[in-house]
Design a protein around this ligand. Structure first.
Ligand code: ADP
Ligand code: MG
Ligand code: MG
Length: 889
């Protein structure tokens, strides 16, 4: 038989699935001997059954009866007793904390009859009426769905009539009158009286908490936070303790350390003569927790000792909710507390130093996403700029620019060198140009899966979305913001994509100290505790990691930076840019060459240029592997645009201009080589097979560069990577050419530079025939960008700005497969290829060079399937290193 109700003595902190976080931790504290009011928890199973069948399971009623009787006995009071009533709270509490999303009702059990009993028993009629009016309003709002404002307005009216600034100044008569008004409001709005039967109150409140799981706010929050929709909430029924019994009573919230920056020492707020949500609702100014020491020293000391006990027990930062009733401390909630990224790092090493956790645990408690947050430039704290709104922190960073309200203006101004912030109600695919041109994007509608958010994250643009207080008027090129302000086109805005805050005016941007540390510009000497913490955790991550982290770097400069950021080599050195710019003419000559002689001349001119590039890169990565990818891009990128050229030739022919002949030849070639679908056309290994001498040129440049490095005493370790292979035969041809050139260079120079020859696995067919391909490859590097693109049939250049936000909304995927590897599909190809490749060639080296190499979840996957390394952009390196370490502990 299912048990639907657990007494606090029966639960523990590991039963969060069943009892919810709040219930599990109330039970844990009870069993630790901490002062928790007695109570019981109705399980999430009961909630799920209720939600599935629309009625409370029959057995639940009996179990609640039984536990209620036990509670009454423990308290020596009966629910509804007119002379001395027991009061309880009915509190929601799901597995994952959903702050403020669901309902809680306090003071259940009061009625017209028992309010006088409570007054007599407590000796404070004011307190009794205060509790009753609170019950009426809370119950009215959450259970009977009476609009909140009606109660608020009535309270304000009484306060005004009495000339009272705060609810503390209202006396017994005022509060009694208010209770009467509240009852009338309930009757008028619902057509029935507030239920006087306490058991009916309890049952209705329990049902309301169950129902609040599917409230609109809760559903939205779950979608944002990716909390499963079918967990349900538990319900906690807790004997009331009273913080509103006078100035020797009160209620507070506290953290065992500062959750903002990780500083040691307790931190919190306290409010005297108050109940429950008063502290967070901001109805009166709270005292800092430390002030409690002078208000009630014994209670303060006890609280501190409880907090220390909790930290030792949970071995982590805890947050708590407590109440003091006539100098007696009661614990009402605790949980391992949320914290900022900086606090996460600092607290993790503090706990190590305090002997509470190991370095492995410290590593497990921070995330790559948190580290990434610490690496964005930040706004300097500066009082001058005015905060005007707050939205969702959709894509991190700090951006400053002039407000513009349409994409055309954004592009115009940006082209003139003016930084802009694109302000829109929401964005759509037509805004793409503007988003690219802008420093940052601000929208007034839409959540973290809105078009603006998805595209901004994809491009690494700062974005704040859903800032609902901003009223955007595109036609008049302005936006109204709270406080009667209007932002016009050209006004400077500063937006903080990490916090969601929007400022009017320019806020100075400062680089992150964590990046300065990685750059080697900041020493680890204890002057910045955050830098210290990051250093210690990174050191441990590197020691723990099995997966190496290389960088994608195309220039010596990038390579140097990558090395400072801890790269153990280059996993992808693209050679495309080495053919662009001024060198493009040479490539054009090569492609259009009329016979071997012309081609050879073009190649001879390119060789030294390429060689010099490689010398520099190999120098920057001396002693570490450098994987150089042979030329990859579609051919048309090297040739003039077909339309432009046609027009030019046409005009020249019409006007009889001289010198047309060359252009006509060129146009023919461009026509011949024009492709409808260049991404699936003549690129990658296909280029090398089609243009004689191209592979040989690149391999020679690499080999000669290595020889030069050797002669200078260096330790060059080039690896030659062939892109876009789909069949082993393609690779075999290229490999033969490459080996021939390597042997030639060795013979000419007398220096033998071994270079591995391998291939990218980025075409699905390559993954499916990996066993064959491994016969000709010494390494595989998974090009997961193209592999994703070709597996899904998604054009990466197009889909992120068109339909991805819709896909995310519909839940077709939770995150873009270009951002985080799709394990079920693309991941399966990678795993298969890794297994079959290794089976064919046990010493095969396996790496990843797509964007996924810097994505935390993907890094864990690559670790698990046994790859040797990931490669990512230099800026993502620390994140990948940290996650590689975390994957291993
Ligand atoms: P939330 O999940 O929104 O924090 P809670 O269930 O924790 O809601 O209730 C909010 C506040 O109500 C608590 O912080 C506490 O101050 C007060 N409260 C809840 N139950 C009791 C109780 N039994 N006695 C006194 N105060 C209570
Ligand atoms: Mg709470
Ligand atoms: Mg590719």
């Amino acid at each position: 038989m299912t048990t639907y109700v657990y007494d606090f003595h029966q639960g523990n902190k590991d039963l969060r699935d069943l009892l919810g976080g709040k219930g599990a931790n109330l039970a844990e504290m009870t069993n630790m001997g901490l002062p928790v009011p007695p109570g019981f928890t109705i399980t999430t199973v009961a909630c799920r059954e209720y939600l599935a069948h629309g009625r409370v399971p029959a057995a639940l009623r009996d179990e609640v009866d039984e536990h209620l009787r036990a509670l009454e006995q423990a308290m020596g009071r009966r629910l509804g007793d007119p002379d001395d009533p027991l009061l309880v709270s009915v509190r929601s509490g799901a597995k994952f904390s959903m702050p403020g999303m669901m309902d809680t009702v306090l003071n259940i059990g009061l009625s017209d009859a028992s309010v006088s009993g409570l007054a007599r028993q407590s000796g404070s009629p004011r307190f009794a009426w205060d509790s009753y009016r609170r019950l009426l309003a809370m119950f009215g709002r959450t259970v009977l769905e009476v609009p909140d404002e009606l109660f608020d307005d009535a309270l304000e009216t009484v306060k005004k009539a009495r000339g009272a600034n705060s609810d503390l100044e209202l006396d017994e008569t005022d509060l009694c009158g208010l209770a009467g008004t509240f009852r009338t409001i309930v009757r008028d709005r619902t057509g029935r009286d507030f239920p006087q039967d306490p058991r009916e109150q309890l049952d209705l409140a329990i049902r309301a908490v169950f129902d609040s799981w599917n409230g609109e706010r809760a559903r939205l929050y779950r979608r944002q936070e990716r909390i499963p929709a079918d967990l349900g909430t538990a319900v906690n029924v807790v004997a009331m303790v009273f913080g509103n019994l006078g100035m020797d009573s009160g209620t507070g919230v506290a953290f065992t350390r500062d959750p903002g920056n990780g500083d040691q020492g307790v931190y919190g707020d306290y409010l005297q003569n108050a109940q429950g949500e008063d502290v967070v609702a901001g109805i009166r100014n709270t005292l800092p927790l430390t002030a409690l020491a002078s208000v009630d020293r014994p209670a303060y000391d006890q609280l501190l000792s409880v907090m220390a006990t909790l930290e030792r027990h949970y071995r982590d930062l805890c947050d708590i909710e407590f109440t003091i009733e006539r100098n007696k401390l009661w614990m009402l909630q605790t949980r391992v507390g949320k914290r900022t990224a900086a606090a996460a790092f600092r607290i993790a090493v503090q706990l190590v130093d305090e002997g509470l956790i190991t370095m492995d645990e410290a590593l497990a408690r921070v995330t790559g996403a948190q580290l990434a947050q610490l690496m964005f430039p930040r706004f300097a704290a500066d009082g001058r700029a005015r905060q005007i709104a707050r939205g969702m922190n959709a894509s991190p960073g700090a951006a400053v620019g002039k407000a513009v309200f349409d994409s055309r203006r954004a592009v115009q101004l940006a082209a003139a060198g003016v930084p802009v912030i694109l302000v829109r109600r929401e964005t759509n695919p037509d805004d793409l140009d503007g988003m690219i041109a802008a420093q940052g994007i601000l929208t007034s509608r839409g959540g973290k899966t809105s078009h603006a958010a998805v595209v901004a994250r994809g491009m690494g643009r700062t974005c704040v979305c859903g800032a609902e207080e901003i009223d955007v008027d595109t036609h008049r090129r302005q936006a109204a913001v709270p406080g009667g302000l209007v932002v016009h086109e050209g006004d400077v805005l500063s937006i903080d994509g990490s916090s969601g805050v929007v400022y009017l005016g320019e806020v100075p941007v400062v680089p992150s100290p964590v990046v300065e540390y990685f750059e080697g510009k900041l020493r680890v000497d204890g002057s910045d505790p955050l830098v210290d913490a990051v250093h210690r955790i990174m050191t441990h991550a590197d020691a723990a990691a099995r997966l190496g982290v290389r960088a994608n770097a195309d220039t010596a400069q990038d390579a140097e930076r990558a090395r400072r950021f801890g790269a153990v080599g280059i996993g992808l050195c693209r050679t495309e840019h080495m053919f662009l710019g001024e060198r493009r003419k040479l490539v054009e000559r090569l492609i259009l060459a009329n016979g071997d002689e012309e081609a050879d001349a073009a190649l001879a001119a390119l060789l030294p240029l390429q060689r010099d590039d490689f010398v520099e890169i190999l120098a920057a990565m001396d002693g570490l592997p450098v994987t150089i990818r042979l030329l990859d891009p579609p051919l048309h990128e090297f040739l003039p645009d077909l339309t432009d050229l046609s027009v030019r030739v046409g005009v020249a022919a019409a006007t009889g201009e001289a010198g047309v002949d060359g252009e006509v030849v060129l146009l023919e070639a461009v026509r011949r080589l024009h492709e409808e679908n260049p991404m699936l056309g003549l690129r990658g290994v296909r280029l090398g097979l089609l243009i004689p001498g191209l592979v040989a040129l690149q391999v020679r440049a690499i080999a000669e560069a290595a020889v030069i490095r050797r002669r200078r005493g260096g330790d060059p370790r080039p690896e030659i990577m062939v892109p876009l292979v789909g069949a082993v035969q393609e690779l075999e041809v290229v490999r033969e050419q490459a080996e021939r050139v390597l042997a030639e260079v060795a013979a000419e120079s007398g220096i033998d530079v071994p270079a591995l020859i391998g291939t990218m696995i980025e075409v699905p067919r390559a993954a499916l025939t990996a066993g064959q391909i491994a016969g000709a490859a010494q390494f595989f590097s998974f090009g997961t960008n193209d592999l994703t693109q070709m597996s899904w049939g998604f054009s990466r250049d197009d889909v992120e700005s068109s339909f991805f936000s819709r896909y995310l909304e519909l839940g077709i995927f939770g995150v873009s497969p270009f951002e985080s590897l799709d394990r079920d599909g693309v991941g399966r190809l990678v795993r298969l290829a890794a297994e079959e490749g290794r089976a064919a060639r046990p010493e095969l080296k396996l790496g990843v060079c797509g964007e996924h190499g810097g994505d935390p979840d993907s890094v864990h996957f690559f670790h698990r399937i046994g790859l040797d390394y990931v490669s990512c952009s230099p800026f993502r390196l620390p994140v990948a290193r940290l996650e590689a370490g975390r994957a291993a502990v």
